[in-house]
Design a protein. Structure first.
Length: 132
């Protein structure tokens, strides 16, 4: 809970102490919810994508997560913490892991038409070929 409570855009909705569950609003109340169950045994790690605002991903997400000592990485896992564009969607995304090693993704849909032939490229490259 400490990790998720510190993430921007998540608001604690309720805690059920008896069942050891915490629920968080994602974005606006009533829009989406994340439930965290205490687990004392083995579990498989998962991937979760959270819709985010484009400007937040471009300007704020990586510095905010880095201040929390959370390393970010792109889809290519090439050692850079710069968000990348998936041309087929199109969408901009950045990744990080929670303390249980689940892969978390912040993703923002882009307004341009998909260009799957571009693959995965930087936002700057995307803007150069797709226009505003």
């Amino acid at each position: 809970m400490k990790f998720y409570s510190a993430l921007p855009g998540l608001e604690l909705a309720t805690i059920d102490q008896k069942r050891r569950i915490a629920f968080y609003w994602i974005g606006h109340r009533g829009e989406a919810m994340l439930g965290l169950w205490e687990n004392k045994g083995e579990f498989a790690t998962q991937h979760f994508a959270f819709r985010s605002e484009l400007n937040f991903i471009l300007k704020e997400a990586v510095p905010a997560l880095n201040r929390m000592h959370i390393e970010c990485y792109n889809f290519l896992k090439d050692g850079r913490s710069k968000p990348m564009v998936f041309g087929w969607m199109p969408a901009l995304a950045i990744y990080f892991r929670d303390p249980d090693n689940h892969e978390l993704e912040l993703i923002a849909m882009l307004p341009q038409k998909p260009k799957p032939e571009l693959g995965i490229i930087s936002y700057e490259e995307w803007m150069a070929v797709s226009g505003r």
